[in-house]
Design a protein around this ligand. Structure first.
Ligand code: CP
Length: 308
């Protein structure tokens, strides 16, 4: 079993560059397993993992489940609809029931920032954050940096701008932590109302014009406008957002050099990004999804080792 200096993955703020590189290197080994005719190893045989999804998910949920199955873990899936949460059960009682069922690893997505930390405080199990409110989405950022490392060889020195709804984005914060620790130059871009006031303290540049962001970047990580988390009045209309901040081919062509495009999904086509950009040869969006399985295998493997 590997040695890894963390019991949980609650966020990337507390992970060092070495920790992140260890996950990326392990994910490369996992990619080799995924390229074999039989894509399964017995590494987590006897380990029970529960996927607790209190918010909807396609990519994260499927890729965690696939990662667990590829590593031969026993997996249980939980979604809040149809569970006893609808009868008023608290997160703490849900946690206590998990403890009683001898679960080894809990993967949790929750609308409340800090929900994974709460479980880590109350449970013996390993906790993996699959997205907590507007706080962190660490495995998304890990797969983003893995995807960039595969294309560029290293993230160090890359100029990456995260574009869009920064205020509501857990992907943005985890990306900022991961990219800065690996030596990238990071900026954020969006309407002032969607930029948190204290973000400059994280050591990132702030750009309010998408054209300026394009002019100064190698990579745009374009975020989804989170329609379900918007309060009234943060921007006038989606049409206006698209007009001033939408990433379009016309805008990108002005740079006269190709920019690499990431998007964590799900995509609002025609709002934060046009289809011709999302589907272009410079888009790594589906590579991100492919890398999600390997990254989550790496995280589960390393944390299960820490638990021994
Ligand atoms: N990127 C991401 O978290 O997608 P899902 O919400 O589909 O899991």
């Amino acid at each position: 079993m590997s040695s890894f200096p963390h019991k949980h993955l609650l966020g990337l703020e507390d992970y060092s560059a070495d920790d992140i590189l260890k996950i990326l290197d392990t994910a490369e080994s996992m990619k080799e397993i995924l390229a074999r005719p039989i894509r399964k190893v017995p590494t987590l045989r006897g380990v029970t993992v529960v996927n607790l999804f209190f918010e909807s998910s396609t990519r994260t949920r499927i890729s965690f489940e696939l990662a667990e199955k590829r590593l031969s873990a026993d997996t249980v899936n939980f979604s809040s609809s149809g569970s006893s949460l609808s009868k008023g059960e608290t997160l703490l009682d849900t946690a206590r029931n998990i403890e009683a069922m001898k679960i080894d690893i809990v993967v949790i997505r929750h609308r409340a920032a800090g929900a994974p930390h709460f479980l880590a405080h109350h449970l013996e199990a390993v906790i993996v954050n699959a997205g907590d409110g507007c706080h962190e989405h660490p495995t998304q950022a890990l797969l983003d940096v893995l995807t960039l490392r595969q294309k560029f060889g290293s993230v160090k020195g890359l100029r990456v701008t995260v574009v869009g709804d920064i205020a509501h984005s857990r992907v943005a914060l985890s990306n900022i932590h991961a990219l800065k620790k690996l030596g990238a130059t990071v900026a954020i871009c969006g309407p002032a109302t969607l930029i948190p006031r204290d973000v400059a303290g994280l050591g990132v540049g702030v750009v309010y014009s998408i054209d300026d962001a394009i002019a100064q970047s190698d990579v745009l990580n374009v975020l989804r406008i989170q329609l379900e988390r918007q309060e009234a009045g943060l921007f006038p209309t989606l049409r206006e957002y698209q007009k001033y901040f939408g990433v379009t081919r016309t805008r990108l062509e002005k740079a006269q050099r190709p920019l690499t495009i990431l998007h964590p999904g799900p995509i609002n086509r025609g709002i934060e990004i046009t289809s011709d950009v999302a589907d272009s040869e410079h888009s790594l969006i589906l590579d991100q999804v492919t890398n999600g399985v390997a990254v989550r295998m790496a995280v589960l493997y390393l944390l299960s080792g820490a638990k021994q």
